[in-house]
Structures are given as structure tokens and as C-alpha cells.
Design a protein around this ligand. Structure first.
Ligand SMILES: NC(=O)c1ccc[n+]([C@@H]2O[C@H](COP(=O)([O-])OP(=O)(O)OC[C@H]3O[C@@H](n4cnc5c(N)ncnc54)[C@H](O)[C@@H]3O)[C@@H](O)[C@H]2O)c1
Length: 336
């Protein structure tokens, strides 16, 4: 489907579900961006979930988001159970504004929901010449090292920096072997998942996405990944006032209340310690790494974010492909 045609449909749906025009625009851009960067598991495939949560009154389409100023650098946002995209958009813009004024912007968000891709917000800071770190927790999916039960979310870690070129460095990675969205899409479309990424509920390795969703996902790098997931739960849940320790609700299956996810946005001026030489220094850093001898089969050493940047550029010229399942969702959402 053509990008603009799809945007119109998504806009119509969010407006129908009572989001304001301003909030609708924020959500449309975030959902379409996920498709364009090649992350459909965080794009159109979640639209029905957001709308179902609005219908069941566990996302507040008319949220009154409160921003409490703690200092010129720091703010605390109560998202009032808004859709996560909107709370995150306000938070990153506040953090960017504070960092421009003081060198550092730190914004914590509580009572929020699923906000899609961390890198989408970090990129906003990079476009203003700033460094960003973005954290969010998520519903239980990954078992802590040594535990038999999922508790951590796939809790992405995101770090982004200007590079002195038009392609930003954006490391944006789940701490699980595979992100949960990909497992959900595989389950909906009847496809297998790779080996070594999940266990079924009895603790046996599985490539069946449905069994993986009932069981546990495996963290990256064993206890190290488990430790990183825990760190993200502390930074985005314990520190912010959001839910934590496995209490964030699954957006697809648990309608018993709002998700109460927490996010943390940390934005830094790159000139803080090295003045104007940051650009020269980061360019040199990347150049040295890219020039290293390569292992067989690798033509180019990429830095995180390069692949997504190229996908986005190419996808802008194409139509967005929509699966049959998502088309059915769209028909349903437009009909009722
Ligand atoms: N909101 C949530 O609850 C939630 C939870 C989990 C994940 N997510 C989002 O899902 C998205 C996908 O996560 P993911 O873990 O599947 O990401 P991924 O595995 O596709 O990529 C992880 C990182 O590795 C980099 N990368 C990939 N190939 C590379 C290469 N050849 N050389 C160098 N770097 C390379 C990417 O640029 C990216 O920064 C992220 O944007 C994340 O924020 C959101």
C-alpha cells in the first residue's frame, strides 16, 4: 500500500478511537516509521492492540499528561495511562530542550504504555546534535538467570549519537535473543522461530512461536543479558515510579488495567567535555573501526543504525507491504 494512503487509514482509526488530532499525528508517525525502518512487529501489527486497549478503557485516549519540573535539567512525567507514543514524544522533546539549555536532560515517565521503538525517540535527539540514552521496561517475557519463570521484559537498551555524517549511530537492542514482537508475528502468520531463542513452558527448547509465548524467551549472553534486563527494569521501573519486577501488564492479553510502563530518557550535549572536537573525535573513532581487517564473508563493518538508515531510505521509495492478518485488522477497525 502507498505510504500516504496507509497514513490516512491509520489517522482515521486513531481519530475514531478518540485521540486528539495532535496525539493522532504523533501515533501515525511512530507506527509508519516502524514499518519504514523494517520493524513491522512494532508497527501496523500492533494497531488493533492499541485500539482494543482504548475500547477496554486501559489506554486513556484523552490523557492529561503532567510534566513536573524537578530542575532545569530534570523532569518527571505522569502519562495518565496515555498511549505510550504520546508520553514518549513529550518526554524526549522535554529532555532535548533541557539538554540544550543545561548540557543534560533527564526525563522519567510513569503510567505509560508500549511506545514502539526506542531508537525512534533517540533519533529525534541525534537530529538536534545530541547524544541520547533511552530505556523502557516491558511485560514479562524473559526468565532472570537461574529462574524458571519469565519476569523481565525484552527491555530494550538504546544509545544514540551524532557521527559527524548524516547516518546516526543508534544501538537499539532488546536484551532477548529475539524481540517478542517477532514471535507474535510468527505465531499469527504460522511461521517457526529460530532455534535457541526460547523454551516452552516445561523448559524445553522450541521453535513453535505459540509455545515460546507460553514459555520463556532467552536473554542475550546468559547471565550478562539477564543483568542488563534487570538494569533496565530498575532504571525504567523502580526509578521512575512505573511498574517493575514483572508487574507490567501484557498489552495483548491482560486488560485488567493499564500497563503502567516506565521509560527513562537521558540526553547529553556532546560538547560537554571536549568542546567542538566531538565531531572530529567520533569520526576518527568510526574510521579506525571500519578500517579493521574483516572476517571472511563480511564486506563492510557497519555501526549500529546504519542498516536501519539504509532500509528507511529504500523503503521510502516503495509501498508498505501489509500482511493478510493486518488487512483483516484494518477492515475490523474501520467497520465498528
Ligand atoms: N517498546 C518495547 O517494549 C520494546 C521491547 C523490545 C524491543 N523493542 C524495539 O524493537 C526493536 C528491535 O529490537 P531488536 O533487538 O530486534 O533489534 P535488532 O536485533 O534488529 O538490532 C539490534 C541492534 O543491532 C544493530 N545491528 C544489526 N545488524 C548489525 C550489523 N550487521 N552490524 C552492526 N550493527 C548491527 C542494529 O542497528 C540495532 O541497533 C528496537 O527498536 C527496540 O527498541 C521495543
Amino acid at each position: 500500500m502507498k505510504i500516504n494512503a496507509l497514513k490516512k487509514i491509520v489517522r482515521k482509526i486513531f481519530l475514531k478511537y478518540k485521540l486528539s488530532k495532535e496525539h493522532t499525528s504523533i501515533c501515525v508517525d511512530a507506527v509508519i516509521n516502524a514499518e519504514l525502518v523494517g520493524a513491522p512487529s512494532h508497527g501496523m501489527s500492533r494497531l488493533k492492540m492499541y485500539c482494543d486497549r482504548i475500547s477496554k478503557k486501559v489506554i486513556n485516549p484523552k490523557a492529561k499528561i503532567k510534566i513536573k519540573k524537578i530542575s532545569r535539567s530534570i523532569a518527571h512525567i505522569d502519562a495518565n495511562n496515555s498511549i505510550g507514543f504520546v508520553a514518549a514524544d513529550i518526554a524526549i522533546k522535554t529532555a532535548i530542550g533541557n539538554a540544550k539549555k543545561t548540557g543534560i536532560g533527564l526525563v522519567a515517565v510513569k503510567n505509560s504504555g508500549h511506545y514502539g521503538l526506542s531508537g525512534y525517540y533517540a533519533e529525534q535527539a541525534v537530529k538536534k546534535g545530541l547524544i541520547a540514552m533511552v530505556f523502557t521496561n516491558a511485560p514479562p517475557a524473559v526468565a532472570p538467570h537461574g529462574a524458571l519463570k519469565s519476569l523481565f521484559g525484552t527491555n530494550p537498551i538504546c544509545f544514540a549519537t551524532p557521527t559527524g555524517s548524516k547516518v546516526p549511530f543508534i544501538l537499539d537492542t532488546s536484551i532477548s535473543m529475539i524481540n517478542r514482537g517477532k514471535i507474535r508475528v510468527a505465531a499469527r502468520e504460522g511461521r517457526k522461530i529460530p532455534e535457541g531463542v526460547a523454551l516452552d513452558k516445561l523448559g524445553k527448547p522450541t521453535t513453535d512461536p505459540k509455545k515460546a509465548l507460553e514459555g520463556v524467551q532467552l536473554p542475550i549472553a546468559g547471565f550478562r543479558g539477564s543483568g542488563l534486563a534487570w538494569m533496565v527494569d530498575i532504571l525504567s521501573g523502580v526509578l521512575t515510579g512505573g511498574d517493575h519486577a514483572g508487574r507490567v501488564k501484557d498489552p495483548f492479553t491482560d486488560f485488567s488495567g493499564p500497563q503502567n510502563i516506565g521509560h527513562l530518557f537521558f540526553v547529553i550535549k556532546p560538547s560537554l567535555f571536549v568542546g567542538n572536537s566531538f565531531n572530529k573525535r567520533i569520526k576518527e573513532n568510526i574510521k579506525i573501526i571500519k578500517k579493521l581487517p574483516k572476517i571472511k564473508g563480511i564486506k563492510k563493518i557497519l555501526y549500529p543504525g546504519e542498516n536501519k538508515f539504509n532500509r528507511f531510505k529504500n523503503n521510502l521509495k516503495k509501498e508498505i507491504s501489509i500482511s493478510k492478518t493486518v488487512l483483516k485488522d484494518l477492515e475490523e477497525l474501520l467497520a465498528h
